[in-house]
Design a protein around this ligand. Structure first.
Ligand code: ASN
Length: 321
């Protein structure tokens, strides 16, 4: 089966040919070394490594987000209470960084039942993993430097440790250590210049990773009402587009409350967050989440994101495993 981007929809492990298994194992080597490198770096830099959650009453509303396309939210009842599967651990990160862990990261599974039309985009899976991190009292600048260090260090490390694998996968020659600091673009300006399709166009013209800031989206990202701008960011890589999103966070009760109201998000769902903010216990922070499969897709040059997963979760397709 082929998709609009010419990628073959990845098959289940048991359906792969000998050559396809070979490719899968090469990609897996890069995934292993990527996870090893990034987690080691963060631990070295004094980040606490937290374990993820699956069910909670509070999770990311993923709304309003121009990029969101959720067909269904998974809600189940346990012990007489309704809980949702994790869409992202953003709310948990805000609690954890405020109350206990000033520098933290989590490798967390995110469940987002994307619309079937996204089956062939090559960039969407209905289950994926974020390397999510948060810094109490952090700023965008700090996050930029942290991530630039991680990405440049990772590429350098892989070029040294994985020359054979990357050469066989075909990305070794073009996968260069990027120059930092990365360039910064304003999303509103990109939209003005390139129209609503700015993300695809940007990915097609860049040859190094770039930051995009000022993206209107969920209530927890910091918004400067006076300047009418957002202190948030996405990281784009050449050809493949966005691989990380993050922000400086809102922490003041009045602003969070107003934005929840404005966005039509259910207030009851975020009652505990509002309470924490009201009591002044929610602290300013900044952070982000790297889409692990998207990062590795770029490193190995995979047409479809599901190629980098052992058990692909392609929108619209449900395999046995
Ligand atoms: N992980 C993202 C962040 O830290 C949130 C998201 O994935 N929606 O901002």
């Amino acid at each position: 089966m082929h998709t609009e981007i010419g990628a073959v929809i990845p098959k289940s492990l048991d359906e792969l040919s000998h050559d396809e298994i070979r490719r899968k194992t090469l990609i897996s080597k890069i995934m292993t070394r990527t996870l090893n490198y990034l987690t080691n770096e963060l631990v070295e830099q004094d980040f606490e490594w937290l374990l993820p959650v699956v069910f909670s009453k509070m999770t990311d509303p993923l709304w309003p987000d121009p990029g969101a396309s959720i067909e269904k939210r998974i809600e189940v009842e346990i012990y007489g209470e309704t809980v949702r599967t994790t869409a992202s651990m953003i709310i948990h990160k805000m609690f954890a960084s405020s109350l206990a862990f000033p520098k933290l990261f989590i490798l967390s599974p995110n469940v987002r039942i994307e619309k079937r039309e996204r089956q062939g985009t090559g960039r969407h899976a209905y289950e994926f993993t974020q390397l999510d991190f948060e810094l109490r009292n952090g700023s965008s600048k700090q996050v930029f430097r942290l991530v630039e260090g991680l990405i440049c260090g990772l590429v350098k490390n892989l070029r040294r440790t994985s020359k054979e694998e990357l050469s066989e996968l075909g990305t070794f020659p073009e996968l260069r250590v990027p120059k930092s600091p990365f360039k910064v673009h304003d999303a509103e300006k990109l939209k003005e210049k390139n129209g609503s399709d700015w993300e695809t166009k940007l990915a097609a013209v860049i040859d190094e990773p770039v930051w995009v800031t000022n993206i209107p989206r969920e209530f927890y990202d910091f918004q400067d009402f006076e300047k009418d701008s957002w202190d948030n960011y996405d990281l784009f890589v050449p050809k493949y587009g966005e691989i990380l999103s993050g922000a400086k966070r809102e922490f003041e009760y009045e602003k969070i409350s107003k934005k929840i109201e404005r966005d039509g998000v259910k207030r009851e769902s975020y009652a505990l967050l509002l309470k924490l903010a009201m009591e002044g216990r929610l602290k300013p922070s900044a952070g982000g989440g790297i889409g692990v499969e998207r990062l590795v897709r770029w490193l190995v040059g995979a047409k479809h994101i599901a190629e980098v997963s052992p058990f692909p979760k392609v929108p619209g397709l449900v395999h046995e495993l």
